[in-house]
Design a protein around this ligand. Sequence first.
Ligand code: MG
Length: 262
Amino acid sequence: MNTTKIRTLFIMLLALAVSNVLSAQEEFPKPGKMKPDMSEFWLPQPEIVTPGAITSDEPVPAPSDALVLFDGKDLSAWKSSREGEAKWIVSDGVFTVKKGTGDIETKEHFNDFQLHLEWKVPAGITGSSQARGNSGVFLQGIYEVQVLDNYGNKTYANGQAGSIYKQSAPLVNAMEKPGKWNVYDIIYKAPTFKSNGTYNTYPYVTVIHNGVVVQNNTRINGTTPYIGFPQVEVHGAGPIRLQDHGDPSEAISYRNIWIRGL
Ligand code: MG
């Protein structure tokens, strides 16, 4: 083989190697378009548990070291998640979602915490599945613990009240009926991150609904989107954010919200 042929063969082999590398880079599949129901799991439906006497018509008093986020008077600890003041309606010691004004969130940001809040859907509420008293409590402004009327209202299990939305169904369904107050006690451990943007330690959450554990130190795998699967977003301390879901049924009310940093 003369020098020219060797050079030609070398160039051909080099070109083949380069094309193999390029085609290998192109082998990653392009994900298909996600639809909402791809992340909705209906079975098993959480067993229904009637909560005990812990719930009453009286608010649960805050401990002496708690930071009170709503004491029945005003939304001074809150702001709109869009801009400006929180526009939800305060009346008779409770506040109610004002549909279309957007989410509200605490002005203060938190890391690990114990959060207490009480919520209620009105008696005679209408609608079904997710369109019936839908709101939500976003931990550090990112991870949604679902608020929804699931008293006699079926929806996908990982979207029920007390779920980590589209991730973890509640262990049981401990709903109070419409017109009665529901109580959430949420214990949250914030995540830490690696320099490459993945979790070093995941966020974990325990949720107690009307005195019944519905999330038991559950690992949160990332964001809680309506469409798609959890994504990891690097973040620091964040607010408590409450959702204006905008569903057609009557609005959700909240009262007696307090938090203890841990
Ligand atoms: Mg919601």
